[in-house]
Ligand binder design. Structure first.
Ligand code: IVH
Length: 735
């Protein structure tokens, strides 16, 4: 009893100490992050970064880890980018300071030839499958017989639906990543894997006395990133992709690492296939790890402990998703329960994997030439079904793109009835060889939009009809056009009613102006009734008439009014995205918003100017230029501004806790050293707020040459500090 108590005491105190260390470590790195952010824009920052380059690298690693592994970022993307650029700058000047695990070393160049073939340290076996409780009981019985145990402890975790990979780390550095290939040999895909930011370039294995380690895992694409990628493809006029699994698998073999990075892949690491240990436990890992360790104890004698170790080393292992369960009955309950919840996960899983927890027992049970005897996959019910393709209808989108939609005999898959599916474009129809009357295999994966996998040509009777793509717009009847190199037919009549409605729907949508309680149905209804004709019209709706419509009580009218009013404060990037400019997705909208002080400044930018911005190529620049060269569009923007929408770049979220946090600034007159917009940005970077007029709320009026009425007004309010440009610069440098 005494023994047990002291063991427990040691265990708990070490865990507790670990936790405290954890928190302190986190706090330290978070503080260092803030400290570096505050240093940005000071004259000495580069010198400091050169002297403390390891700290800067660790700060970047820590923030990658918070964002990509923990899903819990503490700084904005812009702030991360600013720190990253600082490191890049210093490394450019001092190449001798570049290390292989520097956060900048993820970038690689395109491959000209194919991928090199490499041999796995241990063959990558597959898993045996089970489909029901009896199969699992059978598996358990065999394991119990072979081990002569009454009950076996299992570790159960999701079966990630992606593409398997193997990683090798030597002396803490990621040295190689490979695809599964035939299980014995795979392709060397190290450069592509480095684009996955939840995979660390270095990990503190030496703390566990591990010199070389081979880890297996699955590259996946979350449902959210899959949808984002498809939206982007659609915006580019490119063919969309069918499901996250194929997209993840396809991504690994792309020769351009930049294209891989665009897809925002993720990876779960779930198995250690090989470990080579130092004779004596080492303290070799010199960099303080970015991952706070719960403990440094070496305890990898169970699968669960190995997952924990991988997690502690900074990997996304299924540490939080796994469950250790004694006896197969509990396992059966758990996997069946999990199947009910599969759609709640942010990524696709196609089953669960049941693994014998003890590594010693795993070794005892061994493997066949195909799969280990200590693990089995429990496959969830397939979410595929066959049905008839009855007809094809056409929809016109906000950019005029005409999308064919297959009407199906309704069929239930995974608890949802599917009766229509987008079949994207003419090329897709040809590629899938679809005909009206065909029997088709369809697949629905969670909240991913259903897709046609294929048509079952062998079931054709001869009565099927070819799908002949429309030649004119189904709504306004104008002739459709297709640009060279594009798969999409478009209606180019900008007055086409379908496009106008879709544009308004896009404007009010969640990712754009997020006007809650407006929604697609209301837009259509108001449009049909003649109550809504264009975007500015949203802001002067006749609520009296709306209040008299069926289904509209006082409360719903009030909610709608409030939501419309609130949307006037949406930041500029949302407004830009909401305008529905072709090829301008959320990211490009942010880039554009950050590039100007006022939206209408874009009117003066040439295509060449626009191409200087990040990720804006010829096609996108052309489209933006086209939009801002159109007088109608400019008129609409002016109208929106007079209604009270934000066309100014507020640059609000850059730094929230700088030395000038919450202080208000106004600039007047001509500045000598700085451009007005740069001076404003500098104040904002330290947490300052730029205001547009003199009032008692103003803290600093920065006065340049020929200042006029603002200065006079400010002199009358004695709480306002009136300072020169020099004093302003001094103020900044003191923070
Ligand atoms: S363990 C020797 N665990 O499923 C044991 N595999 O159908 C190796 N997979 O090839 C595999 N999630 O690519 C394991 N949690 C998980 C998994 C998992 C997905 C994949 C893996 C494997 C395939 C077998």
């Amino acid at each position: 009893m005494y023994f047990l108590q002291s063991v427990l005491f040691i265990y708990f105190t070490s865990t507790f100490n670990g936790l405290i260390k954890n928190m302190e470590h986190n706090k330290q790195l978070a503080n260092q992050t803030l400290h570096w952010l505050q240093q940005l824009n000071t004259n000495t920052v580069e010198q400091k970064a050169t002297e403390n380059i390891n700290e800067l690298k660790n700060v970047l690693r820590f923030n990658e880890y918070r964002y990509y592994v923990l899903n819990n970022a503490i700084i904005s993307d812009n702030e991360y980018d600013a720190l990253y650029k600082l490191l890049e700058k210093v490394e450019k000047k001092h190449p001798e300071l570049i290390t292989k695990d520097s956060p900048t070393q993820r970038i690689g160049s395109s491959l000209n030839e194919g991928f090199a073939t490499v041999q796995h340290l241990v063959p990558m076996l597959s898993l045996d499958n089970s489909y029901n409780a009896d199969d699992l009981k059978d598996f358990d019985r065999k394991a119990r017989e072979a081990s002569k145990l009454n009950e076996i402890e299992y570790c159960v975790e999701p079966k990630f639906d992606g593409a398997s990979i193997s990683l090798i780390y030597e002396n803490d550095l990621l040295v190689r990543a490979a695809t599964r290939g035939d299980g014995v040999e795979g392709d060397d895909i190290t450069t592509n894997i480095k684009q996955i930011r939840s995979i660390p370039l270095s990990a503190p294995f030496s703390k566990y006395a591990i010199e070389q380690i081979e880890i297996r895992g699955e590259v996946i694409l979350t449902k959210q990133n899959f949808n984002k990628y498809n939206n982007w493809l659609e915006e580019q006029g490119l063919a969309t992709v069918a499901n996250p699994r194929n997209t993840a698998a396809g991504s690994l073999r792309i020769k351009d690492p930049k294209e891989v990075a665009r897809r925002n892949l993720d990876a779960f690491l779930y198995h250690i296939s090989y470990m080579n240990k130092y004779e004596v436990q080492s303290t070799k890992y010199k960099n303080e790890s970015i991952v706070p360790h719960a403990s440094n104890r070496v305890h990898e004698n169970t699968h669960a402990a190995q997952l924990q170790m991988l997690w502690d080393c900074g990997f996304r292992s299924p540490e939080k998703e796994k469950k250790v369960i004694k006896g197969i009955d509990g396992v059966i309950n758990y996997v069946l329960d999990f199947e009910q919840k599969r759609d709640e996960l942010p990524y696709e899983i196609d089953g669960m994997v049941v693994k014998v927890n003890s590594i010693e027992l795993q070794e005892k049970l061994g493997m066949t030439s195909h799969h280990p005897r200590w693990a089995i996959a429990f496959k969830f019910k397939a979410r595929q079904a066959t049905t008839k393709l009855l007809n094809v209808e056409y929809q016109v989108g906000r950019t005029g793109a005409v999308t064919p939609v297959a009407k199906l005999q309704p069929v239930a898959i995974g608890g949802v009835t599917v009766s229509s599916i987008s079949i994207h474009n003419e090329d897709y129809i040809k590629e899938k060889d679809l005909k009206i009357g065909d029997t088709v295999l369809i697949e629905r994966a969670g909240d991913v939009i259903p897709q046609i996998v294929k048509s079952l040509a062998e079931l054709r009777t001869g009565k099927e009809e070819d799908i002949i793509f429309l030649k004119e717009c189904p709504v306004c009847k104008s002739k459709l056009f297709k640009e060279e190199g594009e798969a999409v037919w478009r209606c180019i009549n900008i007055e086409c009613e379908a496009q106008v409605v879709e544009k308004i729907i896009h404007f009010v949508s969640k990712d754009a102006m997020d006007i809650k309680s407006f929604g697609e149905a209301n837009v259509r209804k108001f449009y049909e009734l003649g109550l809504l004709k264009d975007i500015p019209n949203i802001y002067n709706l006749n609520f009296e008439t709306i209040g008299n419509l069926e289904g509209f009580g006082k409360k719903s009218v009030d909610n709608l009014k409030a939501a419309i009013e609130a949307s006037k404060q949406q930041p500029l990037n949302r407004l830009i995205y909401g305008l529905g400019i072709r090829f301008v997705g959320e990211t490009t909208a942010k880039t554009l918003a950050n590039s100007v002080g006022h939206l209408l400044d874009l009117k003066n930018k040439s295509e060449e100017d626009l191409q200087q911005l990040e990720d804006i190529g010829v096609k996108v620049a052309k489209s933006i230029h086209h939009f801002f060269s159109n007088d109608q569009n400019i008129l609409m923007l002016q109208q929106l501004e007079s209604i009270g929408l934000q066309l100014k770049n507020e640059k609000k979220n850059i730094v929230v806790s700088g030395g000038l946090a919450g202080q208000t600034f106004l600039f007047t007159g001509t500045l000598n050293k700085l451009k007005r917009s740069d001076a404003e940005a500098l104040a904002e970077q330290q947490g300052g707020i730029i205001v547009s007029g003199v009032s008692a709320k103003l803290n600093y009026l920065v006065v340049g040459e020929d200042a006029g009425s603002k200065l006079e007004k400010a002199k009358k309010i004695n709480t306002i500090k009136i300072i020169s440009e020099e004093e302003f610069l001094k103020l900044l440098s003191e923070q």
